[in-house]
Design a protein around this ligand. Sequence first.
Ligand code: NI
Length: 393
Amino acid sequence: MKALSSILFHAIHGIEKRIITIRQDLHAHPELSGGEERTKYFLKGILEAEGIEVHESDHHFGLIAQIIIDPDKPFIALRADMDALPITELNSLPYISRNEGIMHACGHDAHTAIVLGTAIALNQIKNHLKNNIRFIFQPSEEILEGGSSQMIEEGALENVKAIFGLHAYPYLPTGQIGYKKGVMLASTDMFEIEIFGRSSHAARPHEGVDAILVTAMAVNSLNHIVSRQIDPLHPAVISLGTIEGGRAANVICDHVKLQGTVRTVNHDVRRRIPEMMEVSIAGICKSMHADYQFHYNFGIPELLNDDAMVEQVIEASSTVIGKENCIDLIDPVMGGEDFGRYLETVPGAFFRLGTCNKAKETCIAQHNSRFNVDDDALSIGMKILGLLALKEI
Ligand code: NI
């Protein structure tokens, strides 16, 4: 493995500068979920010029690239997400976003550049590959529908035996990675509640049904579900993000709409929460003579890493940065990531790539208008993914 790793690292050192330029170009041209058109054609051009097989879709701007050494062999898949966020960039960088109101504030520019660089490097040392390698460039990670389901429906996981992905992580310094066995990130669901009352003069509340008061009671009771109906050892979050209702200060409100999100790290808890919510809302509405509508949208599953695959990530990372720089993140976080959908079908692992470098001001949280990644982390990401792809499966 030692000799093979130095062959890989040599190839990566040869393209590192170019990949940094590509990352910065992607950063300057961010595109929203579902609109990754320039990103797609930019990648396609580079991959094809390298002689790497590329497949496009008629339905979205995602791409599949492949290196096939033997059609009978299985694939190892590496995945990158391509989309940016509706945020106005406030960095002062030579490669600041040129698309107003859109920004790579989650590091997907880095993920795309890393997986692209890994593809180029592996293609250069193709005769050392033991498996076929598939590179999944996925659109629309930032939206609930998630581009991963489109990629999977179109066959991205066909004949795949293992899948790996990474995410830039400003909470660890460049030169470290974070791993987590088992559940790493939460399931992400959305819901919408409408409460229907009956309007009347605000001075004659007994003649109406006050949708605002019913909503207040419903909000209260929803906040009791996690604290009183779910095992405290199973983390869950029910958060309301929007509330709209009422027309005038002197009219009893007849309609309120609420929207929110549910996060869990446990299948069973996730399955039970919508019912608990509806029972609670229905009971309150009945007691107050109000009506309701409840829509629950199951979004992204929890991200469940395969323990053996996490061991492979640790082993590969140890070769690149030393075991002491592989950090056990211990606790899951309640954020979501649609990589979880791939892991429902195929064993694999997702890990965090440290990108914090104080001197370069890259320690700012994701989704912040001053977020950026340290380009020195790109070659670390390429080396780790490259080593994982070179493993015999
Ligand atoms: Ni992200």
